[in-house]
Design a binder for this molecule. Structure first.
Ligand SMILES: C[S@@+](CC[C@H](N)C(=O)[O-])C[C@H]1O[C@@H](n2cnc3c(N)ncnc32)[C@H](O)[C@@H]1O
Length: 713
């Protein structure tokens, strides 16, 4: 087999040899020495990336997955990741596949030494080529989900077409539920690339010459020392196809009569190439392999680790999560939020939306139309709403909707499995469904609140005192609300992203990159306003003081009798707080961020009397720039969406996405405001700094927090 490959390569016009011959025992030793050289940034960059993101990567891996590493070599970089998997998932099982037996032996020693608890049968090593090894793994573990890691930018030995085909082959063997974790070296300055592949000690040269020697011995040609000395090594940076090419040149030529191979004097043979990637290349490879770039870690101008999911896997996983949510809903006809449809609509809607987007050319059934679009009426005047299909006088039964969804899912899956669906469209339908999962979760919270209140005694007073088990809590009365104390300087800030800079999907409103500035320094409080802080506002009559509110908001809240956040219940004269997972007496969660509407947040800020306000979207990004890891301005990203006072508007140069024109444009209406970050129930694949959520100012149900902010001047 190898002999045939060598002969074929040496008969091509540009002679080449198979790169798999690089890693015989001697080659593996030289490679190890190369990884220790200062010029060879690849090894260190990947090691740092994996260490830094180990926990986050581990969290993205399906629990209970078998971790399979292709071309594991000595597995020296994998230990941080495996240790994190053990911590996150409680256990880890590893299979390393490599054609180098000596490297496999070293891999076992390394793993046993550096991953505590990974011993004996938890480590399997398969001496085979990539796909043969993977087939063996599937035979041994037919039912386990596989996380297939391919580190060391080994993919770069393939052209982009070959890489896409290889991913397809891997998925074919591993099954559509696998996850791929691929480390990739990015295109960078030619001089940096050159020195990594042509180090001063001559190790790259030895590595290539050793491979050439192995190739020739495969076809029965023994190289003597003198000829070996005469060969030279050459590195070429091919800017057109973005790869580094390594050649061995034969100054005297070489004639291998028995195979009729003639290498002319001065001719060079391609021994290895290392492709370097741009974000767009990765997207294209993933798309050709019918995959979704699900997550991405690292720096897209230097070195990255991409998690790819077969498109159908990402979709089926999303459907599973929707089903789990609906399994917990007892009455699908219930409509816990007045301005929305009953639950049942959303089960049909996420599926109808996917079908209509993915199979837009197919005929639209009555149910497709009925479920095609939800509604987001104007909170202050619900008669005003964007266009949506007519609301039927009676919704179909739960059974009919379940049946409709099952049939639709089948045809959608057929289409996706055939590789006919563009990855952007797939991302649109998946993120759309994921967002609905979050809105459904806050509907469920309202549902729980309604039944909680139904069972509880009616409060005897309208404005309760801060009680805990009937006793006044001096704690609350003495409590100080947080002052904005952290100084953020004025300065330039980048909002938005250019979609071509990211491998993962972004919505149209996230781009393009918008350079703007925060023109005045400001102060921001270190933590979001808590439940305890907000109680003070309430006990001080915050909801009754007209002067704290915009007139229309005051009218709306007082006419509807809203005198506490939407996720709270007043029961037996005490407050209970309904979170995504549980209901607690307020004292149990008093330090947690309060979830309110922007109107309530603004009234609170005014009430402080400190000249406070809610931050703008630009200020949010300025805070991120100042404190990237949230060490000083706490929970700026997670634990609830962060309200901003910025009206939801397009960035200059905005282009609506043709696949879903109305997604943003219908809401650039002067009534929606931007929220940043994410909540605990936001799917991890959507947790990105560029994401812009948007809600109306008076909308009360979102897991949305705020913090006090104040201009300095
Ligand atoms: C660049 S090294 C990377 C080693 C390790 N994954 C790392 O990141 O340090 C490539 C590894 O892939 C193995 N390899 C190359 N071609 C292979 C193939 N066709 N099948 C299995 N392993 C292969 C080599 O033996 C070598 O150990």
């Amino acid at each position: 087999m190898e002999k045939q490959m060598v002969l074929q390569g040496l008969r091509k016009e540009q002679k080449e040899i198979p790169f798999s011959l690089l890693y015989d025992t001697k080659g593996s030793q030289i490679y190890k020495a190369i990884t220790e050289l200062p010029e060879y940034y690849l090894y260190r960059s990947e090691l740092e990336l994996l260490k830094e993101n180990a926990v986050d990567i581990a969290k993205a891996i399906i629990p209970g997955s078998l971790f399979v590493e292709l071309g594991c070599g000595s597995a020296s970089k994998t230990s941080a990741l495996l240790s994190a998997i053990q911590v996150v998932h409680g256990r880890c099982k590893y299979v390393g596949i490599d054609i180098s037996e000596s490297a496999l032996n070293e891999a076992r020693r390394n793993l046993e030494e550096f991953v505590p608890g990974l011993k004996g049968s938890a480590i399997e090593l398969v001496h085979a080529s990539y796909l043969n090894g993977l087939e063996e793994v599937k035979r041994r573990h037919p039912d386990e989900p596989l996380c297939i890691a391919w580190l060391g930018s080994s993919v770069s030995n393939f052209t982009n077409e070959e890489a896409a085909q290889f991913f397809k082959d891997v998925i074919e063997v591993a099954g559509s539920t696998c996850q791929l974790l691929i480390c990739m070296d990015m295109w960078k300055k030619p001089e940096n690339l050159y020195s990594a592949y042509n180090n001063k000690l001559g190790l790259n040269e030895q590595f290539s010459k050793n491979c050439m020697q192995t190739a020739l011995s495969c076809i029965g040609y023994t190289v003597d020392e003198e000829s070996l000395e005469s060969w030279s090594y050459e590195v070429h940076i091919n800017k057109i196809i973005k790869r580094v090419e390594m050649f061995v040149t034969f100054p005297k030529g070489l004639n291998i009569h028995k195979h009729q191979i003639l290498i002319s004097p001065g001719e060079r043979v391609l021994v290895e190439f290392s492709t370097k990637y741009c974000v767009e290349d990765i997207k294209q490879i993933a798309s050709k392999a019918c995959c979704q770039v699900y997550r991405c870690w690292g720096d897209s101008s230097h070195y990255t680790c991409q998690m790819l999911l077969p498109g159908c896997h990402a979709l089926v996983q999303c459907w599973k999560d929707t089903d789990i949510l609906f399994e917990g809903i007892l009455d699908w006809n219930c409509k816990p939020i007045d301005l929305r449809h009953p639950y049942l609509f959303y089960y049909g809607h996420v599926c109808a939306f996917t079908k209509l987007k993915i199979m837009g050319n197919e005929e639209e059934s009555e149910m497709d139309t009925m479920f095609s679009r939800g509604m987001d009426p104007n909170v202050l005047d619900p008669s005003q709403c964007h266009s949506h299909p007519q609301v039927p006088s009676k919704w179909p039964s739960k059974e009919v909707v379940i049946n409709y969804v099952a049939k639709r899912r089948m045809i959608i899956l057929q289409e996706v499995t055939k590789g006919k669906v563009d990855t952007k469209l797939l991302s649109i339908v998946i993120e759309h469904e994921r967002m609905h999962q979050e809105t459904l979760t806050y509907m469920v919270v309202q549902d729980r609140k309604i039944s909680f209140e139904r069972k509880a005694p009616i409060p005897s007073i309208k404005k309760p005192l801060p009680l805990q088990n009937g006793h006044l809590t001096s704690d609350i009365l003495m409590h100080q609300v947080p002052k904005p104390e952290i100084l953020i300087e004025a300065g330039n800030v980048n909002l938005g992203v250019n979609p071509w800079d990211l491998t993962t999907f972004t919505w149209d409103n996230e781009g393009p990159l918008f350079h703007t500035k925060v023109s005045e320094p400001f102060l921001v409080s270190a933590r979001p306003v808590s439940i305890k802080d907000f109680l003070q506002f309430m006990f001080d009559g915050g909801y009754e003081k007209r002067s704290l509110w915009r007139e229309e908001d005051f009218t709306f809240f007082s006419e509807n009798g809203f005198s506490c956040p939407a996720t709270w219940s007043l029961v037996g004269n005490e407050y209970y707080v309904h979170g995504p997972d549980s209901t607690e007496h307020w004292t149990e969660v008093s330090e947690e961020a309060v979830f309110v509407s922007l109107a309530e947040a603004e009234a609170f800020c005014k009430w402080t009397g400190l000249g406070c306000r809610v931050m703008t979207e630009a200020e949010y990004h300025r805070i991120l720039d100042y404190d990237r890891h949230g060490k000083k301005v706490l929970n700026i990203r997670g634990d609830g969406w962060e309200w901003t006072s910025t009206e939801f508007r397009p960035f200059p140069g905005f282009i609506a996405m043709p696949e879903y024109i109305e997604y943003s444009t219908d809401f650039f209406d002067g009534k929606h405001y931007v929220l940043k970050g994410w909540s605990d129930v936001t799917d991890k694949s959507m947790r990105r700094d560029s994401f812009r959520n948007f809600y109306q100012q008076q909308y009360r149900y979102v897991f949305s927090k705020f913090r006090c902010c104040r201009s300095l001047l």
